[in-house]
Structures are given as structure tokens and as C-alpha cells.
Write a protein that binds this ligand. Structure first.
Ligand code: HH2
Length: 380
């Protein structure tokens, strides 16, 4: 049986490989992209050459170093592709090692001055300070009412509170940055002061994010995937960020919901955006990912993602589920946003079973209890 070692970063891999006596010539050929670096030992000569050929074919780099050893640089997605093609025993062993690594180690999630322990699932309570959010729109426009809602969610077990001032439901019209900030300013300031949990700001606008972070928020939850301006804000303020996949913008996102392969396409997007953020200087430990249920996906796409949420874990970053009360649940249940609790809890349970780390929800108490139950059922 082959021995597989996986490294998340090139530095870690290089120092280990030097120690193992791998020639510098081989090390120089390794790519600097955010990839998994793999060392595989005990692969028969013949299998080694076919392994190297398949890795190169899917865009990775491989190098055969003396005896039965190979060095590989490959993205998790390419490795998944090889596994799906029913690759050799070594490919399957690499895939299993990759999964196992993330089964054992919860990813770090950190920002300047804080962190979140992900050794058990964490709940993010949704607080929309908007007139038009699809499920709680108009309820928390008054700062005092919003703060009371935040306190209640905290008491119910929320580990994070996500404050938003713009609805991103399908068809929602954008608001300007000034108006968005005006809605949430007092809530962010006072909630960060008062509550003993991190506050995240749900915004697509760098100018709103920077104000929120300076007012006490620790994280940016960006449904538009952490583009350049937002990356700079997150790096500059020492914040953490949740990178979500969305197709187009809320006005248009449901007009084309076709994908080559929805899990693969969203995975590749998240992988790319994580890499760009790291290249822009945002620490790897400060990034989480979210495939964006309901954002430019149809029922089938949402269900495919939900049933394979665990696969995003091989990105090495915390994975967030945002299914709460969404319309695809209503399509199955035949019910309106206020009557989708069972769907929200079923989605949380299915994702929790697959090792998802963060749950963005409206119904905090019920979700906390569901997650506790699912965790208790998991084999140890
Ligand atoms: N969904 C919504 C908003 N922000 N952020 C992440 N990371 N993931 C999500 O799935 C997600 C999100 C939409 O839900 P909601 O905030 O309840 O409604 P609205 O956008 O209408 O305010």
C-alpha cells in the first residue's frame, strides 16, 4: 500500500521534501498556486509513470523521484476528477488521505484579535435590517428591535451574528452604500460592544464593509465572492471573510441556472477566489467558503449541492451552509418562507452529517438542537 502525505502549503511541503532528500531540481518544478502538495511513496514503477501522466493531464505537476516515490502538485478539484474517472489504487488512496485529513482536523478560522473554534458545528444567526428581506424583512428596521433580536439569538445559542442592510433575494433591487450603512451602523456598533460573539457584516460593498469592521465587526460575509476591492478591505482591516458563489447579481441570478456540473463549477469558483484572496495577502486561516444555495441555482442544482456539501471541505477551509427558509425548500414543502422550518432543519442535518462547519440560519434555537442531535448520532 502506498504512503500518502498531503501538505496544504508549499513551504511546509518544501521543508519536508528537502529533509527527505528530494533533489532541488524536482522542487523547483512545483507550482506556486494554492494547491495540495502530495508526496506518495511505495507506488510501483509502472503505476508511478501512469500516475504522473494522469496528474499532468488534469493540469497538475508531477515528478518521479528515485525508487517508488512521486511528488505531486494538484488542485483538490483535479484530484476529485481523477477519482471520479475511477483512477488507479494510488489515486484512490490520495483521495482517501485528502478526505481523512479534513475529517480529523477542523480548519482554523481566525482574524486579528479573534477566532472561532470549529471542532463542533457553529450557528450564525441572521439579522436583516432591511424592509424587504424575503423572510424577516421589515421586522428589525428599528435598531432597538434589531438588537433585541440579536440578544435573543445569542441566548438561543448563536455563535456569530450576521448583520445585513441589503436584501439579496432573487429580483431584489440594490440599495446605495450610504443607505445600506445607515440601516446597520447602530446595530453593528452596539451588537459588537454588547455581545460576546463575533459580528459579521453581510455586504457586497467594500465601502460598507470597511465602516462595519471599524465599528466592531470581525468578518465580512460577501455574497459576491470577495472581488478585488473587498479583498483589500479584508486584508487591510485584518478581518476574516466568507466567500460565497453567486451567478450574476440578485436581479438577474435566476435567469440562467445551467451549469456544466454545479458542484464542480461552484467548487472551482471558490477555489479560485480563495487563491486570489491569499495572493492579495488575506491569510488562508481567515477565509471560509459557501456554494451559495439559491443564488443562481435551480431546485435540482440546490439539491445536488446540498447532498454533496461535504466535498467543499477538501478546499481546506470552513464550509458554510445557507439554506435557511429558502424558496427551494418551499418548492418541495409547498409552503411560504415563514413555514419552512422542517426544510431548514433537514438541510442543516444533512449538511452537518457531511461535516459542514457553519450554519447561517433564522431559527437559531431549533438549529442548535438539531445539530446537537446529529452530532450525537455520528460514529466516533
Ligand atoms: N443567503 C442570503 C444572504 N446572505 N450569505 C451567505 N454566506 N450564504 C447565504 O446563503 C446567504 C447569505 C439570503 O438570505 P436572507 O439574508 O435571509 O435574505 P435577504 O437576502 O432577502 O435579506
Amino acid at each position: 500500500m502506498a504512503r500518502v502525505r498531503i501538505y496544504s502549503g508549499l513551504d511546509e511541503a518544501l521543508s519536508e521534501w528537502r529533509r527527505l532528500g528530494v533533489p532541488e531540481g524536482a522542487l523547483g518544478r512545483m507550482d506556486l498556486d494554492t494547491k495540495r502538495f502530495i508526496f506518495i511513496d511505495g507506488v510501483g514503477k509502472e503505476e508511478c509513470s501512469s500516475l504522473l501522466a494522469s496528474v499532468e493531464r488534469v493540469g497538475g505537476r508531477g515528478f518521479h523521484c528515485k525508487g517508488e516515490r512521486a511528488l505531486l502538485a494538484i488542485t483538490p478539484l483535479s484530484l476529485e476528477q481523477l477519482m471520479m474517472e475511477g483512477g488507479s489504487a494510488s489515486v484512490q488512496e490520495m483521495g482517501a488521505a485528502l478526505r481523512h485529513r479534513f475529517d480529523e482536523e477542523p480548519p482554523a478560522f481566525e482574524w486579528e484579535g479573534g477566532s472561532l473554534d470549529l471542532s463542533s458545528p457553529r450557528v450564525m444567526g441572521v439579522l436583516n435590517v432591511t424592509p424587504d428581506s424575503f423572510s424577516d424583512g421589515g421586522r428589525h428596521l428599528d435598531a432597538e428591535v434589531a438588537l433585541q433580536r440579536a440578544r435573543t439569538m445569542r441566548e438561543e445559542g448563536a455563535d456569530l451574528i450576521d448583520v445585513g442592510g441589503e436584501s439579496t433575494r432573487p429580483g431584489a433591487l440594490p440599495v446605495d452604500a450610504g443607505q445600506e450603512w445607515e440601516r446597520i451602523a447602530e446595530v453593528i456598533r452596539r451588537a459588537s460592544d454588547e455581545l460576546d460573539v463575533p459580528i459579521s457584516v453581510d455586504t457586497r460593498r467594500p465601502e460598507v464593509a470597511i465602516k462595519a469592521l471599524r465599528a466592531g465587526a470581525s468578518l465580512v460575509n460577501d455574497v459576491s465572492g470577495l472581488q478585488e476591492g473587498m479583498r483589500d478591505v479584508v486584508r487591510g482591516e485584518g478581518a476574516a471573510a466568507i466567500i460565497m458563489h453567486m451567478r450574476g447579481d440578485p436581479r438577474t441570478m435566476q435567469s440562467d441556472t445551467r451549469y456544466t456540473e454545479v458542484v464542480g463549477d461552484t467548487y472551482a469558483f471558490l477555489e479560485r477566489q480563495v487563491r486570489k484572496a491569499v495572493e492579495a495577502g488575506v491569510p488562508w486561516e481567515g477565509l471560509a467558503v459557501d456554494p451559495g444555495l439559491g443564488f443562481g441555482k435551480d431546485l435540482q442544482g440546490n439539491m445536488a449541492i446540498l447532498s454533496r456539501m461535504g466535498e467543499y471541505r477538501s478546499l481546506g477551509r470552513p464550509v458554510l451552509l445557507g439554506a435557511s427558509r429558502k424558496s427551494f425548500l418551499g418548492q418541495v414543502l409547498g409552503s411560504e418562507a415563514g413555514d419552512r422550518l422542517e426544510g431548514s432543519l433537514a438541510a442543516a442535518a444533512v449538511a452537518c452529517w457531511q461535516g459542514v462547519h457553519l450554519f447561517r440560519v433564522h431559527d437559531v434555537r431549533e438549529t442548535v438542537r438539531t445539530l446537537r442531535m446529529v452530532q450525537a448520532m455520528k460514529p466516533r
